[in-house]
Design a protein around this ligand. Structure first.
Ligand code: AMP
Length: 142
C-alpha cells in the first residue's frame, strides 16, 4: 500500500498551515466544514494520527474517530434541521478518494433533496462559518 504522505491537504490543516472552519477538536480528532459541500452542513471528521484511509488506519484510532463521527452527525442534523444524515468514506483513488488522509464525510440530508454532484461549487466562507457555529452550538448541547 502507498505510504502516508504528510504533505496532503488535511495534514496541512492539522499543522495549522491551511485554515479551516473548525467544528470539533479533541486530542485525537478534528472536524471541520467541507469547502465544496454536497449538502448544506457537509463536514469532515479526521484522525490526528497518520492514516491514509480506512485500509491502513489503526483500529483503535478508528474506534475513537467513529464515536466522534456519530456525535457530529447528531449535532449536524440538529443544527441544520435536517431529516437524516449520510456518511461517506472513500479509500484509494479507485474508491473515489482524492485527499489521502482518512476522513468521513458527514452529510445532513432532507427528504426529496438530492446530493450535489461532485465536484460541488466552493461555498461562501460566511455560510461555512455560520453553519460551523450552529454545529458547534449543537455539539455543546448534546
Ligand atoms: P474525498 O477524498 O474524495 O473523500 O474528498 C475530499 C473532500 O475534501 C472533498 O469533499 C473536498 O471538497 C474536500 N476538501 C478539499 N480541500 C479542502 C479544504 N482545504 N478544506 C475543507 N475541505 C476540503
Amino acid at each position: 500500500m502507498t505510504p502516508y504522505d504528510a504533505e496532503n491537504i488535511f495534514a496541512k490543516i492539522l499543522r495549522g498551515e491551511i485554515p479551516c472552519h473548525r467544528i470539533f477538536e479533541d486530542e485525537r480528532t478534528l472536524a471541520f466544514m467541507d469547502i465544496m459541500p454536497r449538502s448544506p452542513g457537509h463536514c469532515l471528521a479526521i484522525p490526528k494520527g497518520p492514516a491514509r484511509n480506512l485500509l491502513d488506519c489503526d483500529p483503535e484510532m478508528l474506534s475513537h474517530l467513529i464515536t466522534k463521527v456519530q456525535r457530529i452527525a447528531k449535532a449536524a442534523k440538529q443544527a441544520l434541521g435536517a431529516d437524516g444524515v449520510t456518511l461517506q468514506q472513500f479509500s484509494e483513488s479507485a474508491g473515489g478518494q482524492e485527499v489521502f488522509h482518512l476522513h468521513f464525510h458527514i452529510l445532513p440530508r432532507w427528504e426529496g433533496m438530492v446530493l450535489q454532484r461532485h465536484p460541488a461549487p466552493r461555498a461562501e466562507m460566511a455560510t461555512l462559518a455560520e453553519q460551523a457555529e450552529k454545529i458547534r452550538a449543537a455539539l455543546a448541547s448534546l
